[in-house]
Every structure is written in C-alpha cells, then in structure tokens.
Design a protein around this ligand. Structure first.
Ligand SMILES: CC(C)(COP(=O)(O)OP(=O)(O)OC[C@H]1O[C@@H](n2cnc3c(N)ncnc32)[C@H](O)[C@@H]1OP(=O)(O)O)[C@@H](O)C(=O)NCCC(=O)NCCS
Length: 186
C-alpha cells in the first residue's frame, strides 16, 4: 500500500518570558471547560478542521464522530488540563449563539505542556481569535506552573506556522506523519 509523508514541526514556547494578554473582539467571549461542553468542543473542532490539510493528515478530524472520539481521548488523558482548554462563543442570546473556536491542553510526563488542537471556524478567522485562544491556554499552563509548552503543526499549514511564530513558538524538531494512500483519497 502506498503512503504519503507529511512533514510536521514540533514547536515550543518559553513561558518564563512575559506575555501580553490578547483582547477578544466585541461580542466574543471565552467559555471555560466543564464536562457539559465536551460535545461542543468536538463539533467546533469538526467545523474548524473538516476542509483543512490536518483532516487529511489525521482523517478523524474530517468527521464528527472522529472528533468526538478524539475529544473523549483528550479528556481522559491523565494530564488533561481544564485551565488550558477553552471555547470561544459569539452572540448573547440562544438564537444568536455561535461556537467559533476551540483549544485543548494537556501536561506531559517530562513537565511541559502540549496544545492539542486549536481550531477557529471559517467565517470567524483573521479576527485574532486564534491568537486569543493560544494566549488564554498558555495562561492556563502558566497557572499550573509550567514553563514550556509545545505543539505540532503540519509544515504546509503556513498560516498556522506564522501564527505560532508570531506568538513566540520556535521550531525544535521536524517529524513525519505517515498516512496510508487510501486514507488520503478517502
Ligand atoms: C490556524 C487558525 C487557528 C488561526 O485562527 P485565526 O483566528 O484566523 O487566527 P488569528 O486571527 O489570530 O491570526 C490569523 C491571521 O489573521 C491576522 N489577523 C489577526 N487579527 C486580525 C484582524 N483584526 N484583522 C485582520 N487580520 C488579522 C493575523 O495577523 C494572522 O495573519 P497571518 O496569517 O499573516 O499570520 C485557523 O486558521 C484554523 O482554525 N485553521 C484550521 C485548523 C488548523 O489548521 N489549526 C491549526 C492546527 S496546528
């Protein structure tokens, strides 16, 4: 069976360097983690990733059930960190409510933190919501006493790489993710 190799960067940020809080645009608000919002994270993740390169690299991101499974796995990890896990909502009435962005964080055995998936739904991008989600999550890692946080990003996801670099993340390693050809076509 043929396989496709996707280049990915492991990037890290040093949390001992002072950071500046990012302000959410008007009418957007943060929603903290609680068990009741697990499915909202999954649905927001799906809507953020379904048409993106990472849905090819990780086919589970391209379907809702896959996103639900992934969210449950993240939630059940021993290092799951509620303070680094956030949603962004828009609208103040039930009729106007829109879920716009999601981020999740976990702690790793070596003492660092790891951002799992950050996604902003198309239509709400370019407004700094991605920046705000990362800063909010990093503040949660910091409250937990962590000094270093990492993530992995697909190299061809240029806007995400730019965003992370702008926020102080630096490339520390290149890894390759193998995806079977039939998964890429599907
Ligand atoms: C990557 C992603 C999370 C970024 O979310 P976002 O909300 O668009 O992020 P931001 O608005 O903070 O920054 C994105 C860009 O908008 C620009 N921007 C930020 N605020 C802006 C504003 N008020 N007006 C215009 N542009 C703005 C930023 O400069 C940045 O530009 P760049 O692409 O040249 O770096 C989003 O594109 C996404 O969900 N992609 C699909 C899922 C994905 O790939 N996630 C990353 C996995 S590693």
């Amino acid at each position: 069976m043929d396989s496709t190799y996707f280049k990915r960067y492991r990037m890290e940020v040093d949390l001992t360097v002072p950071r500046f809080a990012a302000a959410l645009p008007t009418d957007y608000r943060y929603v903290p983690w609680n068990e009741a919002v697990l499915d909202i994270h999954a649905r927001t993740k799906f809507r953020s990733f379904r048409d993106e390169i990472d849905a090819v690299v990780f086919p589970c991101l391209g379907n809702l059930e896959g996103c639900r499974r992934l969210m449950r796995e993240i939630r059940n990890k021993s290092g799951f960190l509620p303070n680094a896990t956030w949603l962004i909502a828009h609208g103040s009435t039930p009729e106007s409510l829109q879920w716009c962005g999601t981020i999740q964080g976990i702690t790793e055995r070596g003492g660092g933190g790891m951002i799992q998936n950050i996604g902003v739904v198309p239509g709400h991008r370019g407004l700094s919501l991605g920046t705000c989600l990362i800063e909010r999550s990093l503040a949660g890692f910091r409250m937990h006493g962590l000094s270093r946080v990492g993530l992995e990003v697909t190299a061809e996801n240029a806007s995400a790489v730019r965003l992370y670099q702008r926020l102080g993340f630096r490339r520390v390693r290149t890894v390759y993710k193998v995806v079977d050809e039939d998964a890429v076509v599907a």
